[in-house]
Design a protein around this ligand. Structure first.
Ligand code: PLP
Length: 232
């Protein structure tokens, strides 16, 4: 059988469903965010045609180059920002994205609040937690999460739906997924964004409500401009 984006998408959906059933979860409680970074419209269109509606991008500028046209053509598409957000890109991000997974500091929370109020648009938010406490990685330190949540929810009245993490590459991801799930439970947050191509089944078993999957759907990415250090 020839592998197509459509057949790979079906395979990923099937694996999510099995992983959910394995632990007695309703498969519909897990939403697949297909990560289209580095891929263009030609690659994305067949995935939309196959019924996929949630997509993720990690850089604002790259997303701006392809998604406005696609969103115009499909009003029910939902675009998720899954990469770090600089405050000077907040205006563009609020204009384009429906969900931002990477709120991680007070200054960004304030900038998002200001921009959403000015635009009269609500963008759903998740807080990225640096569960591995890695120096170079984005995300709020677990110890600083309560203060950031208090600022975002109580003071700024932002809609924080949940938490997101990217486990350290050299550690067992399940440990980080379980930790993130525990933090979300403690703070009464319903959404958990965790799991990528290499580990999404484990994430589903530990409670993920969003899994972010790129290469398992599109095939491997060309090795260009995709490092996590890129500020987007
Ligand atoms: C690229 C990326 C993904 C998807 O990674 P794959 O291994 O291709 O599935 C998920 N989350 C984030 C934050 C990413 O940058």
């Amino acid at each position: 059988m020839t592998e197509t984006a459509e057949s790979r998408l079906e395979a990923v959906r099937g694996r999510i469903e099995r992983a959910a059933r394995e632990v007695g979860r309703d498969p519909a409680s897990v939403r697949l965010v297909v990560v289209s970074k580095t891929f263009g419209e030609v690659d994305i269109k067949p995935v939309i045609a196959a019924g996929q509606r949630l997509f993720g991008e990690n850089r604002v500028q790259e997303a701006q180059s392809k998604w406005p046209a696609l969103k115009n053509a499909h009003s029910d598409l939902e675009l998720h920002l899954i990469g770090p957000l600089q405050t000077n890109k907040v205006r563009d991000a609020v204009a384009l994205f429906d969900v931002i997974h990477t709120l991680d500091r007070p200054k960004l929370a304030r900038a998002l609040k200001t921009e959403m109020a000015a635009r009269g648009k609500t963008v759903r938010l998740l807080i990225q937690v640096n569960t591995g406490e890695e120096e170079q990685k984005a995300g709020v330190a677990p110890a600083d999460l309560p203060a950031l949540l208090a600022l975002a929810q109580d003071e700024l009245k932002l809609e924080v739906e949940g938490l997101m993490c990217i486990p350290p590459v050299d550690e067992e991801p399940a440990v980080h997924f379980a930790f993130l799930a525990k933090l979300a439970r403690e703070h009464g947050l319903p959404e958990l964004s965790m799991g990528m191509s290499g580990d999404f089944e484990s994430a589903v078993e530990l409670g993920a409500t969003y899994v972010r999957v790129g290469s398992s759907v599109f095939g491997s990415r060309p090795p260009i401009a995709t490092t996590s250090q890129d500020p987007g």
